[in-house]
Ligand binder design. Structure first.
Ligand SMILES: [Mg+2]
Length: 400
């Protein structure tokens, strides 16, 4: 079998852009992948056009070789844009191979180690009583692991809801003040643990909006046992900064959703800087690279907790990955959110893995277990959009 075509679809679906990739072959089998560099889809799409020239004619079954060929195809290897493109191609090749052999992808990567893939939920209300009430509802629906909300206090109100609205807008400038946010978030997390009890797993995603000092202050405002994990408290460019923070708190960290290769994970795993690995299968380099990260994590007793903010292709690939590795915690899911990302539309992309009692039942459909209505994709267009541009009250720029 040979690869005959690679088609990127950077298009607006539901309430945001999404980059889907179709790979065609000289047989009637084709595969779908998804790329995860949100808000920079046109850049990744351009890289996929470059990569098309390299992989047309290659054997789609030689997935590891295609990965190496693409990663090492020119002098300036690596980086988020390139590996986001490689990720989508890698997923599509797994979809092709599974369909061609008539087996689900988990059979290609060691077989199932679990029949269901547990998920964690995320509250959408800002820190307050409504957030706690949402968590109680999620517990009733079966979730035992949560991310509670982080406060966006500091002048512009709750930008998480503004974020949803801002998907229609351009160049929003919203105010974020770290100290105000961390104080309010910590106050409500303590109340939440008190009301929700000690059995549920509680975490919070700080979205790398803090400095080391601010993140340490935040963690130290929480009595021991309040949180089971803190996600991305600071940016990740400097692992030694995480080493400093790791010494200032005993709360486990969940890091890695932005990492674009196994090499980026290395210092975090080898120095035990993270306790959960937030690998993103659509950014790190697909299933091929995620399996390598998982193996390295296994040797350090670190469980995988995949980032999964995209569409059903990402979810399906993450389910096969999660089902096939021993060291797995929970898969992120948007099915718990009050407003989903707009991708749960069976008319556009259908996923065979169904959620039951807060867990995905692993389907045995050949390939990834998704089907895509390409006609709708052909009619869809890309919309220019950027995330809100956050600033401090003094006018300086801060992280989204
Ligand atoms: Mg996150």
């Amino acid at each position: 079998m040979k690869i005959t075509n690679v088609i990127p679809y950077p298009i607006w679906i539901g309430s945001r852009n999404q980059l889907l990739v179709k790979i065609e072959t000289d047989s009637d089998v084709f595969g779908w992948g998804e790329s995860g560099l949100s808000a920079r889809e046109l850049g990744v799409s351009g890289i996929i056009e470059h990569y098309k020239d390299i992989i047309v004619g290659m054997d789609p079954f030689e997935i590891g070789k295609v990965w190496q060929r693409l990663y090492r195809s020119q002098y300036f290897e690596g980086g988020r844009t390139l590996t986001a493109a490689i990720s989508a191609i890698d997923l599509a090749l797994y979809d092709i191979k599974g369909k061609a052999l008539g087996v689900p992808v988990y059979e290609l990567i060691g077989g199932k180690q679990r029949d269901i893939v547990p998920t964690f939920a995320t509250t959408s209300a800002p820190p307050g009583q409504e957030m706690i009430d949402q968590a109680k509802k999620l517990i009733k629906s079966g979730w035992q692991a949560f991310r509670l909300s982080m406060s966006s206090d500091g002048g512009s109100g709750e930008f998480e809801s503004i974020y949803t609205k801002s998907r229609q807008l351009q160049n929003d400038e919203l105010i974020f003040e770290p100290r105000e946010s961390l104080n309010k978030t910590a106050e409500w997390l303590v109340k939440a643990r008190d009301e929700l009890g000690s059995e549920v797993v509680l975490g919070v995603d700080l979205h790398h909006r803090f400095s080391v000092a601010e993140a340490a202050s935040f963690c130290n405002k929480l009595p021991s046992g309040t949180l089971d994990f803190v996600e991305e408290p600071i940016r990740d460019e400097t692992p030694s900064a995480y080493e400093a923070l790791r010494k200032m708190t005993n709360i486990p960290f969940a890091i890695g959703e932005e990492f674009s290769s196994k090499w980026q994970f290395v210092p975090y795993i080898e120095n035990d800087l993270t306790q959960f690995a937030r690998v993103d299968i659509c950014n790190v380099g697909g299933i091929t690279e995620s399996l390598k990260v998982a193996g390295w994590c296994e040797s350090h007793y670190i469980d995988m907790m995949p980032h999964n903010p995209l569409g059903p292709v990402c979810t399906a690939a993450s389910i096969h990955f999660g089902a096939s590795i021993p060291n797995f915690a929970w898969l992120e899911t948007r099915e718990s959110a009050s407003e989903n990302a707009g991708f749960s539309n069976d008319e556009i992309i259908k996923i065979d893995h169904k959620m039951e009692n807060a867990m995905f039942k692993v389907a045995d459909t050949p390939g990834l277990g998704i089907s895509v209505n390409e006609e709708i994709l052909k009619e869809s267009k890309f919309k220019k959009w950027d995330p809100p541009q956050l600033k401090r009250t003094d006018g300086s720029v801060t992280n989204w």
